[in-house]
Design a protein around this ligand. Structure first.
Ligand SMILES: [Zn+2]
Length: 60
């Protein structure tokens, strides 16, 4: 199994996704130290939670 086939959890619906298909969302927890946390999401779940006025740069 290659890394791209790893299962990741969608942070919005809690269901499994595949690393290569999931959108990686980086949260900058601390602006000074640049500490980041990465979470994953289905594109359709991210689309659902973003306000309609926010442009989408990702494929659905
Ligand atoms: Zn999802």
């Amino acid at each position: 199994m290659e890394n791209g086939d790893l299962e990741v959890l969608c942070c919005f619906c809690g269901q499994d996704s595949i690393f290569n298909k999931a959108i990686e969302i980086t949260i900058e927890c601390d602006k000074k130290t640049k500490d980041v946390q990465a979470v994953y999401a289905h594109s359709k779940c991210l689309d659902k939670v973003l306000h309609k006025s926010v442009p989408r740069a990702f494929d659905l």
